[in-house]
Design a protein around this ligand. Structure first.
Ligand code: FMN
Length: 461
């Protein structure tokens, strides 16, 4: 019997202990380089080497700190990280909770669930992340990775970025990549539409410097929540609290009125002056090419604290399968629960890793009447993250959407372009719920015969 359980994890150290006990983590004692080497090893492991385990690099050239990668690099580990035994529990638990609310859309019900007092983060005076307060913060001490040869420098690749709206006081926690420059400068590359961008615009409008705090580590459920596809108004830290079934402990920042997870490994506090920017990148991305160098918000560090013996978490972005793909697969379960609350005819979904989560979605649906698939496609294109789907492929409820190859084979080869295709600008939907032609299937009697006699044919020896 295991001593550590996913439910008891509160920080990266607990999670490492759990993974070691379950033989899901490898320690690398050989000295390795944070410049390209760690990323290349991790990439190879993500692609199948060493059983795709999480990696703890104990000796990093020129640094005192160990580097942890591929922590969430399997669906099982991603589920354990958020306190579950397996990923599908997320869908089942959330569906049950949403059913408690009788009115409103799935988004409204999720927001009401996450607003419940039981899940709200709680402020405590101090915590492990304050064990060491650096008198002279210096980002150069961090073993930040240079991942791909053409990258513009060293990046924090798994940071939690905290900010708040100056008008409403509402906080945001997102995962945005960060490039480090010298002792005390860092760029924040938040995409248009992200919580960070909205807050930055609101602070700039007031002509005031924006407090931002970057966290590395903490409760793995909070790390997941930072990149979860939550609708606006749903709080990331409350999601982490809900997943853990207990509120997240937060400590006040030293140089601003933000608060951050007490169990973090590192806390980097800083200010973004209105209009302050610096060129960041290039950066190798998950589409398999480099994001070009471009201006990004510039943060000046005001404080740096950490644990006594911190772990430095990092992830590698690149061609799938990669760690972020499994985080996305966990999110697929969350999205399915939300979708089913609004559209009960949706039976299952698959957002293949190869299409970077939002590119293609396969949906198994119970079809009720003529024209309802077109209506469903339009409704999905109207909501995040499906608004970015280049292709929605609908199959009938008997078809296994996890078999993406089978779905494409059936749909593309048999569809009637006049009847089964729906276009919306640059987006396409395929209604493969009722394809023309009689489907091939084995004779049932022969199928039973084969099952009975298979071993007699001697083919498995
Ligand atoms: C490993 C990883 C890296 C990411 N990097 C970025 C990034 O650099 N910029 C960005 O805007 N989103 C990035 N994302 C996606 C955001 O974390 C995600 O969209 C999140 O929901 C944003 O939160 P927000 O809606 O509060 O802005 C990344 C996600 C992952 C898993």
């Amino acid at each position: 019997m295991f001593q550590n359980t996913p439910q008891n994890v509160t920080d990266l150290h607990d999670f490492v202990a759990l993974l070691e006990e379950r033989d899901e983590l490898r320690r690398i004692a050989l000295e390795v380089d944070s410049h390209l080497e760690i990323a290349a090893i991790t990439d190879r492991v993500c692609k199948g080497a060493a059983g795709r385990r999480a990696l703890l690099f104990e000796r990093v050239r020129g640094h005192r700190l160990p580097v942890l990668t591929n922590l969430f690099g399997s669906l099982r580990r991603a589920a354990w990280a958020v306190g579950l035994d397996e990923a599908d529990q997320l869908r089942l638990l959330l569906a049950d909770e949403l059913a408690r609310f009788s009115h409103g859309s799935a988004t409204e019900r999720l927001c009401r669930l996450l607003a419940e007092p039981a899940w709200q983060p709680q402020l405590v005076a101090t915590g492990p992340c304050r064990e060491v307060v650096e008198a002279a913060p210096d980002l150069r001490q961090l073993p930040a990775l240079h991942c791909w040869p053409g990258d513009g420098g060293r990046f924090l690749t798994q940071p939690l970025v905290f900010s708040r709206d100056p008008e409403t006081g509402r906080g945001n926690c997102g995962m945005y990549r960060i490039q480090l420059f010298g002792r005390d400068q860092a760029t924040l590359r938040w995409r248009p539409g992200s919580g960070g961008v909205r807050h930055q615009a609101a602070w700039a409008k007031r002509g005031e410097a924006m407090p931002v705090t970057i966290v590395l580590g903490g409760d793995p459920a909070a790390i997941y929540a930072a990149c979860a596809p939550l609708p606006e108004g749903a709080d990331e830290l409350a999601l982490a609290g809900w997943l853990r079934r207990r509120p997240l402990a937060m400590v006040p920042c030293l140089t601003s009125d933000l608060a951050v997870p007490a169990s973090a490994e590192f806390v980097i506090e800083g200010l973004v002056e209105p209009g302050a920017s610096r060129i960041e990148g290039p950066f190798g991305n998950h589409r398999g090419c480099y994001d070009s160098a471009a201006p990004a918000a510039l943060l000046r560090v005001t404080a740096l604290t950490h644990r006594q013996n911190p772990l430095f978490p990092a992830t590698i972005t690149g061609p799938p399968p990669m760690e972020s793909g499994y985080l996305a697969k966990l999110s697929e379960r969350l999205l399915l629960a939300l979708l089913q609350a609004d559209f009960p005819q949706i039976v299952a979904i698959n957002m293949p890793m190869e299409t970077i989560f939002h590119g293609v979605t396969l949906l198994a649906v119970r079809r009720e009447q003529e024209g309802d698939i077109a209506e469903l496609a339009r409704a999905l294109w109207g909501r995040k993250p499906f608004s970015r789907a280049k292709l929605l492929l609908f199959v009938d409820e008997q078809t296994d959407v996890q078999d993406a190859q089978g779905c494409f084979w059936r749909a593309i080869n048999r569809l009637d372009a006049e009847r089964n295709l729906l276009r919306d600008g640059h987006r396409l939907a395929i209604d493969a719920t009722r394809l023309p032609g009689r489907p091939l299937a084995l004779d049932p009697a022969v199928k039973t015969l084969l099952e009975r006699r298979w071993s007699e044919y001697g083919l498995d020896a």
